[in-house]
Design a protein around this ligand. Sequence first.
Ligand SMILES: Nc1ncnc2c1ncn2[C@@H]1O[C@H](COP(=O)(O)OP(=O)(O)OP(=O)(O)O)[C@@H](O)[C@H]1O
Ligand SMILES: [Mg+2]
Length: 623
Amino acid sequence: MTVEDRKKGGVSWKVYRTYFNAIGAAASVLSLVLLATGQSAKIFTDYWLAHWAAANSTLNSSLDLAQEGSSTTGAAIDESTSLYLAVFGGLTAVQAILTYIFYVSYYGSTLRGARRLHNAMLRVVSLAPMSFFDTTPVGRIINRFSKDVDVVDQTLPMVLMQYLNCMFAVIGVVVLISTSNPLFLIALIVIGVIYVFVQRYYLRTALELKRLDSVARSPLYAHFNETLTGVASIRAYGCAQAFLKENASRLDKANRVYIPIVTAYRWLSVRLELCGTLMIASTALLGVLSVSSNSTSEQNALAALAISMALSITNTLSWSVRVSTEVESNMNAVERIKEYEELQTESAHYIPHSSPDKAWPTEGRVTLKNVSMKYREDTPLVLKGLTIDIAPGEKVGVVGRTGAGKSSLMTLLFRLVEPCDGSIIVDGVDVTNIGLNDLRSRISIVQQDPTLFIGTARYNLDPPGKKSDAELWTALEQVGLKKAVEALGGLDSELAEGGENMSVGERQLLCMARALLRNSKIIILDEATASVDMETDKALQETIRSSFSSCTVLTIAHRLNTIIDYDRILVMKDGIAAEFDTPAELLRSKPNGVFATLLKETGPSTCSTLTKKAFEVEKQKQS
Ligand SMILES: Nc1ncnc2c1ncn2[C@@H]1O[C@H](COP(=O)(O)OP(=O)(O)OP(=O)(O)O)[C@@H](O)[C@H]1O
Ligand SMILES: [Mg+2]
């Protein structure tokens, strides 16, 4: 299992670029423009109010001087009030409309972006090679598809919008205060330096904490998932308490990061309050200093507006740092999604120019020349120069001790793991050159651990839904599962996750029926009958012989009676073909060989029965 990668330092610009590319350049620019215009309209509305107040006070003072009851002055006041009110109303309306359009376009585009990122990750992960799933716990994958996708769906757009809002609000206030008193720009530089220093310091810490937080969850999810899968064993062994304790301890570990997160935020708040206070103090001081007996009421109103705006800035500033941290740390989710998007995938599933004939493989000859395979770069070779030639229609039994490489051979034929050397030829086509889909759709397999999916029996038998009911029932009858499916409630009865409502043997039989329905020329059975009783196994072997008579069949079996009447036996040992001949010939020419030894290990009576059977079969075939 690999250790989950935790990136260090700031989120790189590439991550931001990935996010904005997903949203789309045009949509991003449009959102920014809408937000900037909306914010300008807001500032201008405030400015308009100050202007209105100044004009009113000028008018009032001139009224004091004028004669009382002058109807022309009254009319002038009415007229100017309507004008101010109209402009004020107009500005507010523009602001409301811009805000509305902004929200619709912003959330629409970020949601589309999130969908694009999710789909890209899903595509890559579903095409990831076996080695990825071997080394990555499922909890970690689920974490990325749930927590990280949720962040990109919901949290990130929200905090990004808050951040942009804050930024534009701060820019607006700074512009307004600077217009009222340009000297403020000097104070701004000092405050700006402190702000940037504090923000950077905090951001680095907060980002690391957030990353620790997201990594700390995976072990919790993985353990929870394992517990659910193994709940029957856990209860049977009375280990529930131990698992509960482990869960609580992992929960504690996952939450441990939370305290420093809160403390760091307190640290930040105190320093930002200081920045805000400096800003208010300097605005007020400059305001008081600039107001003199000969300043106009317009200037006074602007100074007052600047002070009132500065009062609100502390909150905005502290909020802006907080959300900028949130933006950066939530960008971590994009970073993690991007990381999975860049995973190496399996070879191409479709290669049009080297696609084999539709009917391929027509005969079923399988030739392996000097094939080597290892599961991963850092693991040893499990197949070491395997060379075999299987004739069309031949029934080959594959035996060997545990870990000899039998299942690995099957993994190789399906190119679940690519060979690192040698060639695999099926009916004249080198299968390493064709698309994986072409290869895997033409060969059938019944695996060591049968896999069923949530859905109906029909869906599990024939996922593409192309076969008729009659064909499905015939296949079920051939494997002796007709009664069991009828008892379940017919073809449309639901199977539980992993086929939990069927016995393992029944699951194997269902997989066998699925393989029968596919009409492949090459069938691979990996301990396909290991979990069914002897009688059923015998009946199944009959079915295999009759239904797959013209097919090449490779059967891996530990029960030697399953394969004693096969055409040839391939004995695997340490990743090579140690013996490969008819059963009788192997017993004759290699009385101390692996196959003979395996046969002896079955006990004297079984051994003699099977030996007799092997020679009988040989005689039958010769006659
Ligand atoms: N997914 C994997 N990743 C790394 N190594 C593996 C993997 N699967 C199998 N191996 C290694 O490959 C070797 C051969 O395993 P394989 O599953 O082919 O044995 P087998 O002959 O099918 O055994 P069995 O009879 O128990 O099913 C073993 O040494 C095993 O450790
Ligand atoms: Mg195996």
